[in-house]
Design a protein around this ligand. Sequence first.
Ligand code: WQD
Length: 340
Amino acid sequence: MEIKRVLVTGGTGFIGSETVIKLIEAGYDPVIVDNLSNSKDAVIGRIKTITGVRPTFYKVDCCDEEAFRKVFEKEKFQAVIHFAGLKAVGESVVKPIEYYSNNLESTLVLLKLMKEFDVRNIVFSSSATVYGVPKRVPLVETDPVGSATNPYGETKIMIERILTDTQFAWKDLNVALLRYFNPIGGHPSGLLGEDPNGIPNNLMPYICQVAVGKRDHLRIWGDNYPTPDGTGVRDYIHVLDLAEGHVATLKKLATDPGLVIYNLGTGKGTSVLEMVHAFEKATGVKIPYTIEAARAGDVATNYAATDKAFNELGWKAKYNIIDACRDAYNFQKKNPNGIE
Ligand code: WQD
């Protein structure tokens, strides 16, 4: 069936907002639902500045079934991209009940409303974290889903299972599970980027805050891993590539494929020290760092096999980490205190 109007839950977030831009540019009609618990409604205006289109926005919590139903009653969706959810690994260890109830309830309410209004396509924002501690790299979609090292990752595993079982019972439903590796970067305009609340957990926003003098230095969590330089290796993918991957996936769902699973990564591993040097090369800004003890729950190496997404979606990452460092820094410089 033709897909035109797309519900984007979490659409004012880092990946959600870039995806909304790509959807508009590809001729879709995205509608954002977001409770603004970890993003700002100023993002809507910035999407308009970039695309000329102000997407419809509802400030609604996906767990609020009554309010969320009103959106479905008003808008005729053909597909959903489900980004909404709590996503801080460390925080999830401290607040498991909040993570399980928010991430699972929001998904269950969403699926109930999709069934009620016969919306038959969903793309889910999953994560490489579902593989647990990799037995081998690069990770392939058929590799076993492990046990995550934190409640955040466990919610991703559980939601993948909920969607798999729902699709088995509701044959008309098409489900795409997109397993992101490490999203970084920002919109080249500098208007949108990663804008975490508080002290960043993730590497790139922390480096950017050091670069603008907001943080004194980077702490590198461990340099004794079995990797070329001892620091952790990850597959860092530009958020623009990630957003494009969602547009390619919607096109795939329109062919009624049932349940599909794709890694969205670059297929290349980069260590923390390599990232620091890439950032310095891309920006000319020196990043002082200290070496600290390894962080609990971290794996040594994690990067994607990307053949399946290329063969079935015709999609592959176009940007490299120098592009991503440049765009992430540009956003941070223009928004030293985040989006206000
Ligand atoms: C990357 C590397 C750290 C910060 C997690 C989730 C994933 C996704 C992204 C949500 C590791 C090192 C980091 C720092 C450091 N989730 N590091 N100093 O843990 O690979 O992935 O975030 O969006 O689902 O699992 O990302 O950026 O935290 O760490 O040395 O201050 O950088 O040890 O090797 P991670 P990360």
